[in-house]
Design a protein around this ligand. Structure first.
Ligand SMILES: [Zn+2]
Length: 131
C-alpha cells in the first residue's frame, strides 16, 4: 500500500483537510444525512472511542496519526461524543502531530522527508521474540 498520499505522511506531509466546526451545530437527524466529502462518512452514529451513540450537538471530529496493525502510520478520522473521549485517545505516532487536531493550514506538522523512528511497545517486543 502506498502511504505517500496519506495526510501527514512523513515523506511529503500533505495537509490534513480542515474538519468542520461542529460545536453545537448539528441535530441528531443531521447525522444521518451527511456529505461524505465534508464529514468523511454519510452518517455518523457512534463514538469512535467509547462506541456510544453520538448526539448531534456533542459531535467532535479530530484527526490522529496512529500506527495500525501493519507497518504504516495512518491518519484516522475520529468521531467523538465528548471532550473526555478525545482525551482518552492514544498518543499519536512519533514524528507526527502529537495531539489530536482538526486539520487545516494552521496545523503545524514536523518537517517532511525524515522517517520517524518507530517506538515499539513492550507487547510488540514480546511478539517479535516468538518468531
Ligand atoms: Zn465517546
Amino acid at each position: 500500500m502506498s502511504t505517500r498520499a496519506l495526510y501527514g505522511n512523513y515523506k511529503v506531509r500533505p495537509p490534513f483537510p480542515p474538519l468542520p466546526a461542529t460545536a453545537g451545530g448539528l441535530q441528531d437527524s443531521d447525522l444521518e444525512n451527511l456529505d461524505p466529502g465534508v464529514w468523511g462518512a454519510a452518517a455518523i452514529r457512534t463514538c469512535s472511542v467509547c462506541d456510544q451513540h453520538i448526539q448531534g450537538v456533542n459531535l467532535r471530529q479530530v484527526w490522529i496519526s496512529l500506527w495500525t496493525s501493519g507497518a504504516d502510520v495512518l491518519p484516522l478520522l475520529v468521531n467523538a461524543c465528548s471532550a473526555a473521549c478525545i482525551d482518552a485517545l492514544p498518543v499519536p505516532a512519533d514524528g507526527y502531530v502529537q495531539t489530536p487536531h482538526t486539520g487545516g493550514p494552521s496545523v503545524s506538522q514536523p518537517p517532511a522527508g525524515r522517517q520517524p523512528r518507530r517506538r515499539r511497545a513492550a507487547s510488540e517486543e514480546a511478539l517479535g521474540s516468538e518468531k
